[in-house]
Design a protein around this ligand. Structure first.
Ligand code: FUL
Length: 494
């Protein structure tokens, strides 16, 4: 999950791009701290993607099925994976993660491991496969596909015994080998409790730290889908953000060292969640946060919640609190009993997608006539401040070593009006910045527009009030090593 400096330098050429651009012998800054892997880098660019919570619960009006439900209950009247996926795509989504099996144990694909699956439901006369339909629709629409397979299974008689782990791994194998490339495997932290368990109807408590033997399951997952990021409370690639509200901490470091509340080995469902919210500065691992939240109060569709769908404005706020703080936005959109996105949800999503598209389509900072930095690394144009405007994440502005506070001033020939500033660091060189302020020149003086702490992949500074100015200053107020800023943008919310 964390690359050593040597393997990092061996696997990336972009770090030293400066040499070829300028033709001078100026070395790039040394990477700082834990660094992202290639699979984490490709996940980073996704920013917005969706959960689909859909199973027997959709038909029983429950959030957690007990595990004794009749598979015949799963009967969507008009399931249309293309319609679902294209609605998500319009909202700006880059991927979709399906609850292939939730805690009740019902499988949305015709698994060999249990009779509790779509093959014993009326859906497509028992010949259907929801996983196949969603994964293929995602591919058709250019979205990535991911899987949620609950480790807690309230239906299985063997749950709590070693045989269940074999069965669980078999289910994972089926999903990772039958449905094309998987971008994320989502490991839930809900572990044991009361359930049907093949008729035992009892409470089963498992040893969270050891029962699932996660290390070996992850090994299988790496073998079968080496490009997939593995999500859980303890990563290893992506961490839970410590709440289900869609809100990352401020700061929200991409670095983190999972720890259990009792000081024992940390595991999914057993971490100090307050530290997951902010991450840990100089943490041992590069393990950025994912913010999961539902568009409705519940994770599954309930008729009674049709009036409680989050508005596009609420979704936009969550976008600023998640993507805007360097995390990802995993928004759950539960299909209804027809097997479609409900009209209320579609409406919010459509308006949210439109606002995001319109707001971020025009980077006003590009209108600057001159861009001047307080220091440019070895005065080399390859590290010029103009690099923050070229939409290329691999080029960046940097200063000489030892400089940890610096600034760029953007001068505009005509005034610009903005209420959003966005920054990105070149995270291939680690998470360096810890403080920044954007100022605007107003009435003959610099006035702070907004300030931020951690940056990493993305930091959005947002204000309700727009400012109009001809000069903007980005100040790096705290940095662990010389800054490496790859992107700066000014936008006006549409
Ligand atoms: C939780 C589960 O218990 C919820 O039902 C939901 O799937 C959420 C995303 O994760 O742990």
């Amino acid at each position: 999950m964390i690359l050593s400096r040597r393997s990092f330098l061996a696997t990336t050429s972009t770090t030293y791009r400066a040499l070829s651009v300028s033709g001078r012998n100026v070395s790039a800054p040394q990477p700082f701290g834990a660094l992202p892997s290639a699979r984490q880098m490709s996940w980073n660019g996704m920013e917005i993607y969706n959960f689909l919570h859909f199973t027997i619960n959709t038909f029983t009006d429950k959030e957690w099925g007990y595990g004794d439900e009749n598979p015949a209950l799963f009967n969507p009247s008009a399931f249309d994976a293309d319609a679902i996926v294209s609605t998500l795509k319009d909202s700006g989504s880059k991927g979709v993660i399906l609850t292939c099996k939730h805690h009740d144990g019902f499988c949305l694909w015709p698994t060999q491991t249990t009779e509790r699956s779509v093959k014993n439901s009326p859906f497509r006369n028992g010949k259907g496969d929801v996983v196949k339909e969603v994964s293929e629709a995602a591919q058709r629409h250019g979205l990535k596909f991911g899987v949620y397979v609950s480790p807690w299974d309230r239906s299985q008689p063997s749950y709590g015994r070693p045989e269940y782990i074999t069965l669980y791994r078999q289910q994972i194998r089926e999903l990772l080998t039958g449905y094309g490339p998987i971008f994320e495997i989502w490991h839930d932290g809900a572990n044991g409790g009361d359930g049907f368990y093949g008729g035992a109807r009892e409470k089963r408590i498992i040893d969270k730290a050891h029962y699932y033997d996660w290390g070996n399951t992850w090994k299988i997952e790496r073998e079968l889908q080496s490009g997939a990021v593995l999500f859980s409370d303890v990563g290893p690639d992506i961490r839970w953000v410590g709440n289900e509200k869609g809100i990352a901490g401020d700061p929200c470091w991409a670095t983190y060292t999972p720890a259990a509340p009792d000081g024992g080995p940390p595991s999914p469902g057993n971490v100090r969640a307050s530290e997951s919210v902010t991450g840990i500065r100089n943490g041992k691992f590069w393990m950025p946060a994912e913010c999961d939240v539902s568009i409705r109060p519940g994770w599954f569709w309930h008729e009674a919640e049709n009036t409680k769908v989050k508005t596009s404005r609420e979704l936009l706020t969550l976008y600023y609190y998640s993507v805007g703080r360097g995390a990802s936005f995993l928004l759950n959109v539960p299909p209804d009993r027809r097997g479609l996105v409900h009209e209320q949800d579609s409406e919010s999503l459509r308006a949210f997608g439109k606002t995001i598209r319109e707001t971020f389509s025009q980077n006003l900072a590009k209108q600057a006539g001159s861009v001047v930095a307080s220091n440019v690394r070895a005065s080399d144009p390859a590290f010029s401040p103009k690099q923050v405007l070229d939409d290329n994440p691999d080029t960046y502005w940097s200063s000489d070593d030892g400089i940890t506070t610096a600034e760029i001033v953007f001068h505009f020939p005509q005034s610009v009006t903005f209420n959003i500033a966005r920054l990105r660091e070149n995270i291939r060189l680690g998470q360096r910045m810890a403080g920044c302020t954007v100022d605007a020149w107003i009435d003959g003086d610099w006035r702070p527009f907004a300030s931020g702490t951690s940056v990493g992949h993305c930091r959005i500074l947002h204000s309700q009030r727009a400012v109009r100015t001809t000069r903007v200053r980005l100040r790096i107020t705290e940095c662990a090593a010389c800054p490496a800023v790859s992107d700066f943008g000014l936008f006006l919310e549409s």
